[in-house]
Write a protein that binds this ligand. Structure first.
Ligand code: PBG
Length: 332
């Protein structure tokens, strides 16, 4: 037997020792909890493909968000389901739109809560795409990048006016961060931040979300605006653009299949990085746990910790409350 050899097992002998040398600390402050809001009162509709998640009316949303606060969760990300959809997604920038109303109610109930608002049009348009369509021929369509930027500007300002702390544009339009920064500054919202969905991939893992936000594309797919999953260099270019245009936080989405991208973004830019643990990643754990094939609690902590180990500072996750509860009770 070769001697001496390194005994790495020495520091794994007791729970206290293991915690002392742990390199990555997952904390409740890292977590951002997403919520889906719909019109109505006293309404909570379960989302079938996301067990434990619901669409809430604003009154129920306020109650539900409050439950995360004692667990240490300080931030939420809001998605709206409007009363009516139309070709230009006007529900997204209506002064009394569902997201705007939600922000006001949440801020009135708890001014210290950090409220982030998703800014996209797929849940608000009758065709389910993330902006304005340019028709080239009957079967031929294209998303009009620059026409969509006008709506993005309007929506950002209306969300900021309602009291959002950070605007989170998720439509993958080129130039979106720059136009938002400018519009916010011109409207006097210099302190409203931007969390950009910078490296957002065209992913199969958004499946359950499209039921939750009632936002599936009516035809075609999102491959002409979201990124190809094979590309990492391109993700760095997307992030570079967004940082240059004024993003305060950049995001990689999904997270689990893109840990390498998280790592590279963190190393190259050193800005706050958010990882979005998307609906399909959540649903996989829930489904396997329901069948008894995975230990749900351990899987959640292991997955969320991997995002931090890869370099993420913030984690957007439907497991937020479950994780925060586990972190509170994890004993020595
Ligand atoms: C809207 C949007 C999507 C998600 C967040 N914002 C869906 C999509 O792009 O199709 C997905 C989130 C999730 O799956 O949890 N553009």
């Amino acid at each position: 037997m070769p001697f001496p050899f390194t005994r790495l097992r020495r520091l794994r002998q007791s729970p206290v020792l293991r915690r002392m040398v742990r390199e990555t600390a997952l904390q409740a402050d890292d977590l951002i909890e997403p919520f889906f809001v719909r019109p109505g009162r006293r309404t909570r509709r379960p989302i079938a493909a996301m067990p434990g998640c619901h669409q809430f009316s604003v009154d129920e949303l306020v109650k539900e968000v409050a439950l995360g606060r004692p667990l240490g969760i300080g931030a939420v990300l809001l998605f709206g389901i409007p009363e009516r959809k139309d070709s230009v997604g006007s529900g997204a920038y209506a002064e009394n739109g569902i997201v705007q109303e939600s922000v006001r109610a949440l801020k009135a109930a708890d001014p210290r809560l950090v409220v982030m608002t998703d800014l996209c049009f797929c849940g608000y348009t009758d065709h389910g795409h993330c902006g304005i369509l340019k028709k080239k021929g009957p079967k031929d369509w294209e998303l009009d990048n620059d026409a969509t930027l006008d709506l993005i500007r309007k929506t950002a300002v209306s969300q900021a006016r309602a009291g959002a702390d950070l605007i989170a544009p998720s439509g993958m339009m080129d130039g979106m961060v720059g136009v938002i920064r400018r519009a916010l500054d011109e409207a006097g919202f210099q302190n409203t931040g931007i969390m950009a969905y910078s490296a957002k991939y065209a992913s199969a893992f958004y499946g359950p979300f499209r039921e939750a936000a009632e936002s599936p594309p009516g035809f075609g797919d999102r491959a002409s605006y979201q990124m190809d999953s094979a590309n990492a260099q391109e993700a760095l270019r997307e992030v570079a653009e967004d940082v240059q245009e004024g993003a305060d936080i950049v995001m990689v989405k999904p997270a689990l299949a893109y840990l390498d991208v998280i790592r590279r973004v963190k190393e190259k830019f050193g800005v706050p990085v958010a990882a979005y643990n998307v609906s399909g990643e959540f649903a996989m754990v829930k489904a396997a746990a329901a069948k008894g094939w995975l230990d749900e609690d351990r899987s959640i902590l292991e997955i969320l910790t991997s995002f931090k180990r890869a370099g993420a500072d913030l984690i957007i996750t439907y497991h937020a409350r479950a994780a925060a509860r586990l972190l509170q009770k994890r004993d020595w």
